[in-house]
Design a protein around this ligand. Structure first.
Ligand code: ADP
Ligand code: MG
Length: 465
């Protein structure tokens, strides 16, 4: 899926306000009724409908009138919200060429003000068929339906937390820079996926390094679960970097052994096929094994000294604890709500809708639009946190955090949602070395005001613009 960020320059403050309103509505609605979007956005008479037309033109929302008149975000719309938030935070200033297409993501180069190039990964859960995703991804198991928006965000949060924790433990992974919604910013790996490599100078060393990573991960209590030639990057000096962590599980997972064996087998299979490598040279902990057969040398799940506490101890600092992960899993497994779920066909429809042309880095400056495209989403969204303008109890009482992400206060998921937001903030703060102070989710509250929902003055203020 290509990403044309040109339109970002021409989107106004109102456009983003309505786009955010659609995002908010999607917490409770698969298709957000137009009237609800209008109520959440609180634009002047008829303003919302005009803006929706513009968003539709840019394929940021999808119109659906099959059951009632309503809209939902496309992936492109979700991309824009994340990109704008990150640009406003000063994480990067422009989006460049696409450098990777994963099974469930798109990877682009982005540039910072000082010219540093990072990789931006936009998660796209649901790109592969629903069944394939469901059987593959642990967090989708037993779930009959899912909300791609929520799950893509969850995948990004999980990957970001893991990337950060693994990096801190000396694993060769990209440096985790920041994340928002379904988007991760990380350092750019110099090199190419192993699958593209036809020849190696030091075949045995590379083989041992890669296999050693699977073992070391298990020693830290983790299994990659998708450890293959597509997720291993190698540079000209044959240094290895592993990528792609949203599917990682703990060694205490019920299928841990199977996942571990599959990761190990993947490495053997690839080296055998590509380099006719026998795999007999694997040395555990640097000691040459003199076993006769490959099977005897092969790392086995039972022989690895596993430390199952890694997730608990280490990821806590990144905001993604083992307990949280279990809660999220059980939430997903237990949630069979029809709300917020869409079918595989609809997801494909969403995906195909947001395919636009790619432009060059120089032409893609996201910010600095004369039309106010650099309006602060953080600011505008915290203003909009008291948007339940007509006090209609049937509407979701939506609120947003400082990054423009939505939370809902009228469902049983609210507590979990708040925890997720808190985790994400902690993860980002930790990754940024706690450079920025973490502000309250409600800027009005911070200034000493009362709860946004109960304070009519705050509501009036929010509705002013
Ligand atoms: P998916 O989860 O969809 O498989 P990946 O994280 O594996 O996505 O990324 C897909 C591709 O994007 C990789 O094979 C690689 O070519 C490229 N890529 C991903 N992350 C980076 C990075 N940090 N630096 C350079 N290229 C990357
Ligand atoms: Mg991958």
């Amino acid at each position: 899926m290509k990403l044309d960020v040109d339109a970002l320059r021409y989107l106004s403050r109102e456009d983003f306000r309505v786009l955010t309103a659609v995002e908010m509505g999607m917490r409770n609605h698969e298709i957000v009724p137009s009237e609800l979007i209008d109520r959440i956005a609180c634009l002047k008479h008829g303003g919302t409908y005009k803006v929706l037309k513009n968003l539709l033109k840019h394929k940021l929302v999808h119109h659906d009138s099959s059951k009632y008149d309503g809209f939902r975000l496309t992936y492109l719309g979700y991309d824009f919200l994340a990109i704008k938030t990150l640009v406003n935070r000063g994480v990067f200033v422009s989006v460049g060429r696409q450098i990777g297409v994963g099974k469930e993501s798109d990877i682009f180069e982005v540039a910072t003000e000082d010219g540093t190039i990072y990789a931006m990964k936009l998660h796209r859960l649901g790109r592969t068929s629903f069944r394939a995703v469901k059987s593959k991804r642990d967090y989708l198991r037993h779930r009959k339906s899912f909300n791609w928006l929520y799950l893509s965000r969850l995948a990004a949060l999980k990957e970001f937390a893991f990337m950060k924790a693994l990096g801190e433990h000396g694993f060769p992974v990209p440096n985790a820079v920041d994340c928002n919604r379904h988007c991760i910013i990380m350092s750019l790996v110099q090199g190419y996926p192993l699958v593209q490599v036809k020849e190696l100078q030091n075949q045995d060393v590379v083989f041992q390094t890669i296999l050693g990573l699977v073992v070391r991960l298990a020693e830290h209590g983790l299994i990659h679960c998708d450890f293959n030639e597509f997720n291993i990057m190698i540079d000209d000096d044959e240094n290895i970097t592993m990528i792609d962590f949203p599917q990682m599980v703990s060694v205490s997972h019920r299928n841990a052994q199977m996942y571990f064996d599959r990761d190990v087998e993947g490495v053997y299979k690839f080296f055998r096929r590509r380099f006719s490598h026998s795999g007999e040279d694997y040395q555990e902990n640097g000691h040459e094994t003199d076993s006769e057969s490959e099977e005897n040398e092969r790392p086995s799940f039972s022989s690895v000294a596993k430390s199952a506490g890694f997730l608990d101890r280490e990821l806590a600092a990144s905001g993604f604890t083992r307990r949280d992960q279990e809660q999220i899993e059980s939430f997903i497994e237990g949630s069979e709500s029809e709300d917020g779920s869409i079918s595989a066909e609809e997801i494909e429809d969403v995906n195909s809708m947001s395919s636009l042309r790619l432009t060059d880095m120089q032409d893609n400056t996201v910010s600095n639009g004369e039309d106010g495209a650099k309006d602060d989403v953080l600011c505008s969204v915290s203003e909009s946190s008291a948007l339940d303008c007509n006090n209609d109890d049937s509407d979701p009482k939506v609120s947003t955090n400082e990054d423009g992400e939505v939370s809902e206060d009228d469902t049983g998921d609210a507590v979990l949602e708040r925890r997720l937001l808190k985790q994400r903030r902690r993860a980002v703060a930790a990754a940024q070395g706690a450079k920025k102070a973490i502000s309250s989710r409600n800027s009005y509250k911070e200034k000493g005001g009362k709860s946004s929902q109960s304070n009519s003055k705050a509501i009036r203020q929010a509705c002013k613009w």
